[in-house]
Design a protein around this ligand. Structure first.
Ligand SMILES: [Zn+2]
Length: 83
């Protein structure tokens, strides 16, 4: 057997998910970033999770330019009108 038993660089799914948002926000340090990227290459579950979050964020950002602020303003105004 020539299995690679190094444990450094191996992080599990929970940790990847925990840091997924800062990873997508580009707020992780280079070391963790490369760990996560390596994990995403090996782990289909986390890869599709990351792809999903990425697509979702792109969508939200798109909507954020127009619909979201208007809806939010309406909701805040409705709240303020009650006082
Ligand atoms: Zn995983």
């Amino acid at each position: 057997m020539s299995n690679d038993h190094r444990t450094h660089g191996k992080i599990d799914c929970e940790e990847v998910i925990a840091h997924l948002f800062s990873y997508l926000d580009d707020e992780t340090d280079a070391e963790r970033r490369s760990y996560i990227e390596r994990h995403l290459e090996e782990c289909r579950a986390c890869y599709s999770r990351a792809a999903f979050e990425k697509a979702l964020r792109a969508k939200v950002r798109q909507l954020g330019d127009k619909e979201a602020p208007a809806a939010l303003r309406r909701r805040v105004k409705a709240l303020l009108d009650r006082f």
